[in-house]
Design a protein around this ligand. Structure first.
Ligand code: FE
Ligand code: FE
Length: 181
């Protein structure tokens, strides 16, 4: 049976929400990999910040999944692309600036699809997440700029800094130990 106009609109929204979710899944593994690399290279402060950004991306992947489920879609488990391993510090920050910039551009296009198809809740979701991607972009681009202009002088200031995020252990096991799960 042919889909109703309403079902067709919903399908278009689910499609862009899943495209966005796939981009988040890629970003999570990419940033986790960079976090380990930066930690190995002893750039602790950068490692900590990228770990926190990976956690933001996991939150985004969950937010998209929740909305997809709400409108009876199936959240994808496939990342948009494979992550790249073994990037050096200069590469990491130009790669990530571009990734966030491309993400903001794509999400603005996806937001328009949601608007055209009458889903104002998904429009708001994209607006919220775009604001957060802009904060990520600003951080990556700022560091990229420092590395480009100051090079080793800047990197020497980061070497040996702490990789602590200030977060305690989180997740099911920690909650259960605290008697909260
Ligand atoms: Fe994100
Ligand atoms: Fe981001």
């Amino acid at each position: 049976m042919a889909k109703s106009a309403k079902e067709q609109r919903k399908a278009k929204v689910i499609e862009v929400l899943n495209k966005a979710r796939a981009m988040e899944l890629m970003a999570i593994t990419q940033y986790m990999n960079q976090h380990y690399n930066l930690d190995d290279m002893d750039y602790g402060d950068m490692a900590a910040k990228i770990k926190l950004i990976a956690i933001d991306e996991m939150r985004h992947a969950e937010m998209f999944a929740e909305r997809i489920k709400e409108i009876n879609g199936e959240p994808t488990v496939e990342p948009a692309a494979k992550s790249t391993k073994g990037q050096d510090v200069q590469t990491i920050f130009s790669f990530d600036s571009k990734l966030e910039d491309d993400t903001i551009d794509a999400y603005n296009q996806f937001l328009l699809v949601c608007r055209e198809n009458g889903d104002s809740i998904s429009v708001k979701l994209f607006e919220t997440i775009i604001d957060e991607e802009q904060i990520h972009f600003n951080y990556f681009d700022n560091v990229r700029d420092h590395i480009e202009k100051l090079g080793e002088t800047y990197l020497a200031q980061i070497a040996g800094t702490s990789s602590a995020t200030g977060l305690g252990t989180q997740g099911f096991v920690a909650r259960q130990a605290a008697g909260q799960a």
